[in-house]
Design a protein around this ligand. Structure first.
Ligand code: TGC
Ligand code: FAD
Length: 392
């Protein structure tokens, strides 16, 4: 597919629920994705390379820290605008959206929420312009779904902290300038530390051989007696709740992003089904194909309404962790099912890189796992409605 013919479905006129600013942000991002992302992304995904040239453009459209106040370099937008941006960017590629999620929700958010005034002034403007790219280190080789068990730790050496341990599966790691790293102090309490590239003993080996999220750089963060200045500790909050609150923001963005992928798969399959002739008729005329398409638009519409309402609650600071989990889980599974059905509508053509569906489908296998697995989000809902956590 050389030319991007994407037309977004809006079956229930959800646009009428959006403000003029929301639509402007959405349309600007959509046009940028058509111009800058879809023409090149297949090639970068095949090469397993992050398209570094997008970094400046993402900053220019405000995709790095859309909800961060303007005084710190952010765009000062609301959470529905953030969601719409993630929807449009993920319509291009989940890996590019990942870069934005990490930068905005997992690096800028904790620095803005829990950082000192000096940290905010030092890091946020450079992250907003893309001069700095950030990573978020929570997951470890032996602690994925259970991050509270982490073993990465730091010791107070008087004039600095000494950081040891390693993080695994970290988006942006190989190309990051800074990383917000979660580690335990000598009493076992979790804190966030800002680690900068160039600090001695800090390395970021790349994770190779991925079949998914190939246009996103993934790697490890390894700390071998890294001397971290004391002023790099986030002073505003400690405990597991600090990183988990950042996940709320990122999971919220993913709930919107998944809709973008679903829309792209549906739109591609609908167009193809009207053009592809078999048995002297367009395959869109067969009931079995219509069933697939009708169910896709139904699920996309339900997800749009769920997510818009979540955005209203998030803007009012009323969206709960469990509500966000429900939307992330529902929408990612919805997008994955639609990608699989859309791939079938394209027959053999569906497996090629001439169409975006197979790339989206493979990407979603990561999206359904990171930011809390599909199972973990179900358990979060279960704990919320019964009052009985079933994690342990
Ligand atoms: P639990 O006992 O439930 O909670 C520990 C403390 O945290 C508090 N808390 C929260 N605070 C703020 N916001 C939230 N969302 C919070 N959730 C919990 C809680 O009140 C408690 O506070 P306190 O004061 O009582 O200590 O913790 P648990 O150890 O039982 O774990 C619960 C569980 C399993 C739900 C949690 O650990 C979890 O969500 N696990 C999944 C891990 C995960 O999502 N990792 C994601 C890594 S980052 C990533 O994947 C980035 S991909 C980015 C990309 O490329 O897009
Ligand atoms: P595990 O926790 O080992 O889970 C394996 C299986 O067991 C899953 O199906 C899970 O649902 C199930 N399971 C686990 N516990 C329970 C339970 N209590 N009850 C029932 N079932 C359970 N992390 C970061 O910190 N920063 C990043 O930037 C980042 N980026 C990532 C990018 C990619 C491409 C990927 C794939 C992952 C990334 N992650 C990142 C890590 C991601 O968050 C973890 O992979 C995820 O949280 C799951 O952890 P795990 O892979 O160790 O799986």
């Amino acid at each position: 597919m050389n030319y991007d013919m994407f037309q977004a479905p809006d079956y229930y006129l959800v646009d009428e629920l959006l403000s003029d600013e929301h639509k402007l942000v959405r349309n600007t991002t959509r046009e940028w994705v058509k111009r800058e992302v879809t023409p090149i992304i297949e090639e970068y995904a095949q090469r397993a390379e992050f398209p570094a040239q997008l970094r400046k453009g993402l900053a220019e459209i405000g995709a790095f820290g859309p909800f961060i106040p303007q005084e710190y370099g952010g765009a000062g937008l609301d959470y529905i605008s953030y969601g719409l941006m993630m929807q449009e960017i993920e319509r291009g590629d989940s890996g590019v959206r990942s870069t934005c999620s990490v930068q905005s929700s997992l690096v800028m958010f904790p620095i803005y929420k829990y950082g000192s005034e000096d940290q905010k002034r030092k890091y946020l403007p450079k992250l907003a312009t893309g001069d700095f790219l950030g990573a978020f280190g929570l997951t470890e080789p032996n602690f994925g779904s259970n991050p509270g068990g982490m073993v990465t730790n730091f010791r107070d050496m008087g004039d600095h902290y000494l950081l040891n341990g390693s993080k695994m599966w970290i988006s942006n790691a190989p190309i990051c300038d800074i990383a917000v790293v979660w580690a335990k102090d000598e009493s076992g309490r979790i804190h966030g530390l800002i680690v900068e590239r160039g600090m001695e003993g800090f390395t970021t080996p790349e994770t190779k051989n991925k079949w998914s999220l190939r246009a996103s750089a993934t790697g490890e963060l390894v700390f071998d007696n890294v001397r971290v200045p004391k002023e790099n500790l986030l002073p505003g909050r400690s405990g597991l709740g600090a990183p988990l609150s950042c996940l709320d923001s990122a999971r919220y963005g993913i709930a919107w992003g998944a809709i973008g992928v679903a829309m792209d798969c549906y739109d591609t399959a609908l167009r193809y089904s009207k053009q592809r002739i078999q048995f002297d008729r367009p395959i869109a005329s067969f009931q079995l194909q219509q069933k697939k398409l009708a169910e896709m638009i139904t699920e996309i519409t339900k997800a749009q309404l769920l997510t818009w309402r979540l955005g209203v609650l998030r803007n009012e600071d009323r969206a709960t962790t469990a509500q966000i989990s429900m939307a992330k889980r529902n929408n990612v599974e919805m997008a994955l099912k639609i990608a699989r059905e859309a791939r079938q509508i394209l027959g053999g053509m569906g497996i090629t890189g001439d169409y975006p569906i197979m790339r989206h489908m493979m990407n979603l296998e990561s999206v359904i796992t990171y930011e809390g697995t599909h199972d973990i989000h179900l358990l979060i809902t279960g704990a919320d409605i019964t009052g009985i956590p079933a994690f342990k």
